[in-house]
Design a protein around this ligand. Structure first.
Ligand code: AHR
Length: 497
């Protein structure tokens, strides 16, 4: 099969915000207990932080990590998670029917994030709580001292403020499963008032309002339009959440989900622009796609989970090679929308629908989806370029005609290199001609491929490298060659412009 990619130096989509490659740690399952924190594990440091997990997290180069939920945040009492650990209360978490010992809390997360080379993106409880708890939390985290909450933080051992810049105003407040679900008017009002209080404290803090919990909610996109009617001028981002799965084992449709993601982003952007026009505003609302991933493998097992455990096995999807291809396509969708999507969080980071797993006391290992994310995060920084794809298309059950090639292009800020991320959705080899204008001479300098004959191949603690990338010799002159059902990164050096 043949394909053509056309790119022009003059046609940029936009600068990629580094936070496009964020992730998420929720107090859910074994993300915290038995994941990032496991005192007694051979790799744990004096604070109980697993060093092997930290190493793999650093390998993903995530600039922000959302915390502490998720559904968990909607009944989270942040005051339970500060001060001497031995005196913190054990609580029942209604979202995941688990016991939360609060051994690992806010201060520990801030320390962990520093070790991991990332920044917290802190979520506020607007389910069971509201403005007062939110303003106290912000004061505890960010005020230098000389007030009740900031002095308490100092007493708890952190003389310096945490300096958390990015705050989520609740989580999935449209969802009936949420503790403290709101109507769009109720949520829009509380988001507006909470934003007002936080911006009175510090107008430089950045705030994310909740969009719909998925694009298939019956209230989408009226939820977005109503919420933004209340708080358009007070918030900086609107959130999107979307998970995809392949429960019917329908590969063509599953590989096409990034088309659905493209449309979802475009519909949310259009809804924001509708409110912008209505308000005669000059501000363009940016998007925070702060939960995205493949999630379906664990759903049945989770219905049988024993309630009220600390760190139960929940949402432990074991990802196939096919899932890694889909994650590669979803990353392409995010890069293609870098003009609107500033922040995105792969949900989640460790053990819970995660690229990193720990089990049975052994070393942490990487799931298949780790790889496309790691390469995009490290090499997909710069300018997202408009990439036109000409290639055969195929029909499928949900997304209409979809090209066999899914791709995105990132030009280095200094113009020295161009990186293409490609997913070949076809079961045959694809030859790709790159037609580039205004970029000088292109020479393929690097080719990295993720591929497995078995689409259902998985990594495990016993075989952690089964699905892992291979560095190939770059294709010489002529088209780039993509293997059947593969993810490939092609890096070109640019000269002579
Ligand atoms: O990421 C798992 C859960 O998915 C989150 O807690 C929630 O926000 C979403 O429904």
């Amino acid at each position: 099969m043949k394909a053509r990619l056309c790119i022009d130096r003059d046609f940029e989509i936009g600068r990629i915000d580094r936070r496009l490659y964020g992730s998420f740690i929720e107090h859910l399952g074994r993300a915290v207990y038995g994941g990032i924190y496991e005192p007694g594990h051979p790799s744990a440091d004096g604070r109980g932080f697993r060093r092997d997990v930290l190493d793999l997290v650093r390998g993903l180069d995530v600039p922000v990590v959302r915390y502490p939920g998720g559904n968990y945040v909607s009944s989270f009492r942040w005051e339970d998670s500060i001060g001497p650990a031995a005196r913190r209360p054990r609580r029942l978490d209604l979202a995941w029917k688990s016991v939360e010992p609060n051994e690992f809390g806010l201060g520990e997360f801030v320390q962990w994030a520093r070790e991991a080379g990332t920044e917290p993106m802190m979520a506020i409880n607007l389910g069971t709580r509201g403005i007062d708890a939110a303003r106290n939390l912000v004061e505890y985290c960010n005020h230098p001292g000389g007030s009740y909450w900031s002095d308490l933080r100092r007493e708890h051992g952190s003389a310096e403020p945490f300096g958390i810049k990015l705050w989520c105003l609740g989580n999935e407040m449209d969802g009936p499963w949420q503790v403290g679900q709101k109507t769009p008017d109720e949520y829009g009002r509380i988001a507006y008032e909470t934003a007002k209080a936080i911006k009175l404290f510090d107008p430089a803090l950045e705030l994310v309002a909740c969009g719909s919990s998925t694009g298939t909610m019956p209230s989408f996109p009226l939820w977005e339009a109503t919420v933004l009617d209340h708080c358009y001028d007070s918030v900086d981002y609107l959130s999107l959440h979307q998970y995809y799965g392949n429960p019917d084992d329908d590969l063509p449709t599953f590989l096409a989900v990034s088309r659905g993601m493209d449309r979802f982003i475009e519909s949310v952007a259009a809804t924001c622009d509708h409110v912008k026009a209505k308000k005669r505003s000059r501000k363009e609302m940016k998007l925070s796609f702060d939960e995205w991933n493949v999630w379906f493998h664990s759903r049945e097992a989770d219905t049988k989970a024993e309630p009220w455990q600390v760190g139960p096995r929940l949402l432990e999807d074991v990802y196939t090679f096919e899932d890694a291809l889909v994650v590669g396509c979803m990353l392409n969708s995010l890069i293609r929308h870098a003009d609107r999507v500033s922040i995105a969080c792969l949900a989640q980071l460790v053990n819970v629908i995660a690229p990193i797993m720990t089990d049975n006391g052994g070393p942490a290992w990487r799931q298949t989806i780790y790889w496309p994310f790691a390469y995009a995060s490290k090499r997909g920084r710069g300018l997202s370029m408009d990439l036109r794809i000409a290639c055969p298309v195929y029909d499928n059950k949900a997304y209409g005609d979809v090209p066999y090639l899914d791709a995105s292009a990132v030009l280095a800020e200094d113009g020295s290199s161009l990186v293409l991320f490609c997913v070949n959705r076809a079961d045959e080899t694809m030859e790709v001609d790159l037609v580039a204008a205004g970029l000088g001479d292109l020479r393929m300098a690097e080719k990295v491929e993720l591929r497995n004959e078995d689409l259902k191949a998985v990594n495990s603690s016993a075989e952690p490298e089964k699905v892992s990338p291979r560095v190939l010799a770059p294709d010489k002159a002529g088209p780039a060659v993509l293997a059947p059902y593969s993810w490939t990164m092609l890096a070109y050096s640019l000269t002579g412009r």
